[in-house]
Design a protein around this ligand. Structure first.
Ligand code: 2BA
Length: 109
């Protein structure tokens, strides 16, 4: 059995959740935030049997897209009143960051 933690972009979370539940998975959705961009994202917790893992990952691949963000780095320390606005840096976000952990059991008590 595996516990899958999938960090996905908020724009992708709705359709992915629909697809996962349609395929019979039980899913927990947690609102989260990326430490680098400080943008809201979504972390999904999904416990699956080993034989379900590959189709689950396929669902994630199909519903999570790569997007480009531009981040402005901090400006360098200004010297003698000169000002050089820093150029935005391109960052590719996603599809999804997926952690697969071994799980010993799932109990619904
Ligand atoms: P963020 O931390 O906000 O990162 C957003 C994107 O910024 C990342 O996309 C990556 O392209 C870039 N990035 C992140 N940290 C960086 C750094 N130290 N230097 C340069 N660029 C950096 P993704 O890799 O697709 O990650 C999307 C989100 O997935 C992350 O949002 C974070 O919430 C999560 N994540 C990614 N890798 C993780 C990891 N190893 N552990 C925990 N969470 C992770």
């Amino acid at each position: 059995m595996k516990l899958v933690l999938a960090v996905v972009q908020r724009q992708d979370a709705g359709e992915l959740l629909e697809s996962l539940t349609a395929h019979g998975h039980r899913v927990t959705r947690i609102s989260s935030e990326g430490g680098f961009l400080h943008e809201g994202n979504v972390t999904l917790l999904i416990a699956v049997q080993d034989h379900q893992l590959e189709t689950l990952l396929q669902d994630v691949r199909e519903h999570c897209y790569t997007r480009t963000r531009y981040v402005s780095p901090l400006p360098p320390v200004a010297e003698s009143g000169e000002f050089y606005p820093p150029s935005p840096v391109e960052v590719q976000v996603g599809g999804a960051t997926v952690f697969v952990l071994r799980a010993s059991d799932v109990a619904r008590l």
